[in-house]
Design a protein around this ligand. Sequence first.
Ligand code: F6P
Length: 348
Amino acid sequence: MRVGVFTGGGDAPGLNAAICGLGRRLTAQGAELVGFRDGWRGLIEDQVFPLDGVNFQHLLTHGGTLLGSSGDNPYRHPERDVPKCLATVAKHKLDAVVAIGGEGTLGAADKLWTQHQLPIVGVPKTIDNDLSATDFTFGFFSAVEVVTRAMDDLRSTAESHSRVMVVECMGRHAGWITAYAGVAAGAEAILVPERPAHLEELCANLGKLRTAGARAAIVAVAEGCRVFEDGKCLSSMDKDEFGEFKTGGVADLLARKIQKRMGWESRAVVLAHLQRAGRPIAFDRIFALRLGAKAARLVLERRFGYMAALRAGEVIEVPLREAVAERKVLTGQFLDRYETFFLPISTP
Ligand code: F6P
């Protein structure tokens, strides 16, 4: 068999481990693996990344993706780019394609399977952990580790200067990273896109902690969180060229508002792409390896239109359409549970 592989969307620690799992299992069965550069762009523009002779084992410990990635998507201009993708697959006589990516990448994979019967298999990837049909995505726990350690470290300087440190995490629509890292680091407030953050309530909560003697406070906020003051939304409602809400700036907004309203010196720290940088933690290496090996098995068994997924500790396959049906966000039950047992998550 000749199998093509590419990595699409925002990169994540573990991508190379997934390629390693896929490559080792396929080559062990005598199959050939051909890489394509920079996500869907590699198929649209026929940009091959030769993988013959690559020592897949060495990929395991490296962050990022050997193949490169991009946000390109053939369904942005389907009439032009879908035929180009199909032509590239035919030109290289590929028996199957493996798409490693998030909702955008896998959404296009599902359409190419259902509309054009392209023999494709998906591997879920995003630090946001917002893909349905899988308990977690690789890269998520590596990102949580980065954010947790950052908050732990920031607490010392916050306490030295009796300050509030507002830490902005990635997560446009889902606050998984913010919630997990915020709880792990003992953040005094956790603000997520799933629930509007009201300044009045946030400052009242912080005020109670300060009165009780707290010298410092860590406020964990997701970049997509909407901040309200006197019922008015202060967060950016602008959209970018892809129709996504423009994010960024919420930590700076909150730090300024907290300092102004409470007179408590505040600073903003935006972790941005540090959350996607560096080597994967061991859990994500093994997790991604398992997903890559599962994708290889699906290809070898010619079970197309599926995505490898994690369910209750087992790696299984789920239909791609199920994976991309709806975004997995923090449920009210989850937020209530954490609010009750751990921290004052901002409530409506
Ligand atoms: O989807 C993953 C993600 O890291 C988001 O959390 C973040 O908002 C976005 O990608 C950043 O995208 P870019 O790398 O294009 O700035």
